[in-house]
Design a protein around this ligand. Structure first.
Ligand code: GUN
Length: 295
């Protein structure tokens, strides 16, 4: 079988960002509304800082007002909630994102639920989760990573996934569960697997669409994949490899890419697959929020 098509998330995200820039320019010109995205980061997690920098760069490239609040790791819950309340009331802010994970002493649930559902561009508020789960996808803010995965799946297979088996490995609130809602809405037959699933490789092999979101480097092997499947690799794992006697850092996905590309019809690479799409979808959610305020 020929090698899989490599799904170029970076190019797809750039295309999406370019179209967001065009729409943004029109919104500024015609309604004097400039989309505003505010990112709150607490502490100094190095990976979070890289993500936040990328979000800021993309927001600026889209013509948004990009704001960032960097708070010390020891900030109290009340201080963070006070900031969120200020941002909820600030008309120039259309999207609020609190970068996760938060330091251990903070209650992630209380903080994410304090964000106004109308500005919840991460799609973590229970109101948005409820909308999505009830099938009102157009009214919800959908979490950015599964929304980006869904666009790439549609590019490969079209919008109607009737008759196709979708298997998601991972049951997180950020990826696995919302991904299941989106695939179900598109008429796929959906299975969510997790650490307690019996014979995971066999379940994975039944998938026409396989989404891996577990955070375990190269866990999904070539013989877990049905020939001709579309494979979406959400994992971003930092591993160390030996190259010519030197230890180097590498980013790898949850899928063993070299094995999987021999079997799949199409696969996302890591990096350059899901990651850039997540950021582009954050921009799309922020633009939609700004458009809604314009009536
Ligand atoms: N940390 C890792 N992924 C995400 C995400 O999608 N949103 C936020 N806020 N934090 C994250």
């Amino acid at each position: 079988m020929a090698d899989a098509a490599i799904i170029d998330g970076k190019a797809r995200a750039a295309e999406l960002s370019a179209s967001i820039s065009v729409t943004t320019a029109a919104l500024v010109d015609e309604k004097s509304i400039k989309p505003g995205l505010t990112v709150v980061i607490v502490g100094e997690d190095p990976a979070s800082q890289v993500y936040v920098r990328n979000k800021k760069r993309t927001a600026e490239a889209c013509g948004f007002n990009s704001m960032q609040h960097t708070l010390p790791a020891e900030s109290s819950q009340d201080e963070i909630l006070a900031l969120i309340h200020l941002l909820n009331d600030d008309a120039s802010v259309h999207g609020i994102l609190v970068q996760l994970p938060l330091p251990d002493h903070l209650d992630e649930r209380v903080i994410t639920q304090a964000i106004s559902p109308a500005k919840d561009v991460d799609g973590f508020h229970f109101q948005n989760i409820g909308m999505l789960t009830a099938g009102h996808v157009d009214e919800a803010f959908v979490p950015c990573t599964p929304a980006g995965c869904m666009l790439m799946i549609e590019d490969q297979l079209g919008k109607d996934l009737s008759g196709l088996n979708a298997v998601i490995i991972g049951r997180s609130n950020i990826v696995g569960k919302p991904m299941a809602s989106l695939l179900l809405q598109a008429n796929a037959t959906v299975t969510i697997c997790h650490s307690r699933t019996k014979d995971l490789p066999a379940v994975a092999r039944s998938a026409d669409i396989l989404v891996a979101a577990v955070g375990r480097p190269k866990m999904v092997k070539g013989d877990w994949i049905k020939p001709g499947a579309v494979v979406i690799d959400v994992g971003i794992n930092r591993i160390q490899v030996e190259v010519d006697g030197e230890t180097k850092n590498r980013l790898v996905g949850d899928v063993d890419f070299d094995e999987a590309k021999e079997v799949a019809a199409a696969i996302t690479p890591v990096p350059g697959g899901v990651g850039p799409m997540t950021i582009a979808l954050l921009m799309l959610n922020t633009l939609r929020s700004a458009e809604r305020t314009g009536g």
